[in-house]
Write a protein that binds this ligand. Sequence first.
Ligand SMILES: *Cc1c(COP(=O)(O)O)cnc(C)c1O
Length: 368
Amino acid sequence: MIPFLDLKAINQQYRDELVEAGTRVIDSGWYIQGQEVEAFEREFADYCGTQHCIGVANGLDALTLTLRAWKEQGRLKEGDEVIVPANTYIASVLAITENRLKPILVEPDEATFNLCPEKTAAAITPDTKAILAVHLYGQIAPMKEIMALAKAHNLLVLEDAAQAHGASIEGKKAGSWGDAAGFSFYPGKNLGALGDGGAVTTDDADLAKTIRALGNYGSHKKYENRYQGVNSRLDEIQAAMLRVKLRHLDEEIEHRRKVAEHYLANIDNPVIQLPAAGERESHVWHLFVVRTDKRDELQQHLSENHVQTLIHYPLPPHKQQAYVEWTTLNYPITESIHGSVLSLPIGPTLSFADMKIVAGSCSAWSDN
Ligand SMILES: *Cc1c(COP(=O)(O)O)cnc(C)c1O
């Protein structure tokens, strides 16, 4: 079987470096909020091109704590509207509702799966206070247009960059466009830890301070608590792993781009719609998502040809039981995406031979 993503092989490449980094943490006797986290925060902020990076426990917390910090700062209040793409992974929406803000689900651009400036503009009301721009599947959203809209309407912009570490527009990276950005280091993400992890990047020093306090029981100073905070911190051991992985991120992105280019050039099938690729630098190919009307049949065919695929995602947020109050809402573009998408194997260790098998099996499939 060609695995969808071979995490074991990915981390095996750096085994010696990871063991060395882990040993350093074990031997240091310091496991929370120490030198590794501090160094990783500096290195990741530099990578993204921001002033600040705050390590947190996971990507969901990165988003939730940023919105919470804006509430603590008085820049958002309960009930404010936050625009978010209707086809996003549910974590983006959970971060909004956890803060008792109101998600305004907006249909995505069908070609890129990302927010489209026109539909975003049309969804703005006097109650809109923020845009949560998701860089879905690894492709950066149209940030120039989104930032212009935000400026015109005085909106905050939070990037959900959980799938897009390293994607950029004109050299400016994901995580440096909005007022802040949330990243995930879940093991399967393009920059993955060996456990959970997340971070917020921002140029706003005051926001960084507030998020750091909120994630540390609301404490800005030892034993003094300004907020009713939570415990959401990046561990030393994961920070040490991430420092190793960050050093290899650009090579890994380059390999993912080669896989995507192979698929785009070699999957030849009139009933399989290939993803739209803009500028090379804009996409880091966290996922390679094709569309077809008979998605389940294609998945079955590939499985019979020993190719593992996944669906991102089978159900949109508004069809989830968690948001039962939205199940009567209609988002036809989003629903059609969820009914037709299939993610092909892509990753930094996928071999040329395997790419050929995947592309060949897709080309050979007939939907009748
Ligand atoms: C993975 C992911 C998250 C959540 O990250 P976790 O670290 O798993 O909490 C949020 N948004 C998107 C788009 C994601 O893909």
